[in-house]
Design a protein around this ligand. Structure first.
Ligand code: ADP
Ligand code: ADP
Ligand code: ZN
Length: 213
């Protein structure tokens, strides 16, 4: 199964992707997590990405496209994968379509999580992310059992540089301009399901499960 989780920053893509991939036995491919890993590794790609990420701009299409092309060729992707945070532009979606066509594959589902902007700001400003496994928590809505420590792996929780007020605003503008057009793009291809992204984690999970059944 190949599916895309679409939605603005803070919609809950990463949270739901982690729950779904565990259940479906396919990997989560998060371009954001991959780019942050490159930054930590201190690679040239990481240095280029950081400049854009920290101010809430997108990383150039060719950079993320290359990451996804390579990642999806790994053996663990043979039974499918879940794309989280990719594609983010129409150009990326076109490249993905061409890649799938070339490989004789197709997209099964595109799920778009809908959450109003004012809620996104509250979610993102209270988000804490695990340095080790990239799981996200929230200071109020999804508290870790021990403050500052990841429930899943014991890793340290930190606040992403782009989860501060000014970068959050910039990311929401970027989303509206560059990524929101993908909703119509996939609607026209008849693969889009929009899901109400508000409610507790299990409720949203059940909505997605129903949409892809
Ligand atoms: P995305 O990957 O779309 O940016 P995340 O999954 O990281 O979003 O979630 C953003 C923030 O909102 C995190 O702090 C997360 O714990 C929290 N969150 C996720 N789902 C919900 C929900 N259903 N209700 C409240 N908060 C949520
Ligand atoms: P969020 O959880 O807020 O949706 P991500 O972790 O997916 O954020 O992405 C963080 C940042 O990484 C983005 O603001 C952007 O700068 C960069 N990024 C991630 N995925 C892409 C992509 N597909 N295209 C361009 N930039 C990306
Ligand atoms: Zn962790």
């Amino acid at each position: 199964m190949k599916m895309i989780l679409l939605g603005p920053p803070g919609a809950g893509k990463g949270t739901q992707a982690k729950m779904l991939t565990e259940a479906f036995g396919i990997p989560q491919i998060s371009t954001g997590d991959m780019l942050r890993a490159a930054i930590r590794a201190g690679s040239e790609l990481g240095r280029q990405a950081k400049v854009n990420i920290d101010v809430g701009h997108l990383v150039p299409d060719n950079v993320v496209v290359r990451l996804v092309e390579e990642r999806t060729l790994q053996p663990d992707c043979a039974r499918g994968y879940m794309l989280d945070g990719f594609p983010r532009t129409v150009a990326q979606a076109d490249t993905l379509a061409a890649m799938l066509l070339r490989r004789g594959e197709r997209l099964d589902h595109v799920i778009c999580l809908e959450v109003p902007s004012e809620v996104l700001v509250v979610r993102l400003s209270g988000r804490r992310t695990c340095r080790q496994c990239a799981a996200s928590f929230h200071l109020e809505f999804n508290k870790p059992q021990t403050a500052g420590v990841c429930d899943k792996c014991g890793g340290e929780l930190y606040q992403r540089a782009d989860d501060r007020e000014d970068a959050i605003r910039a990311r929401l503008v970027t989303y509206a301009k560059d990524t929101a057009p993908l909703i119509d793009y996939y609607r026209k291809l008849n693969v889009l399901r929009t899901i109400d992204g508000q409610g507790d984690l299990r409720t949203i999970y059940a909505r997605i499960e129903r949409a892809i059944a």
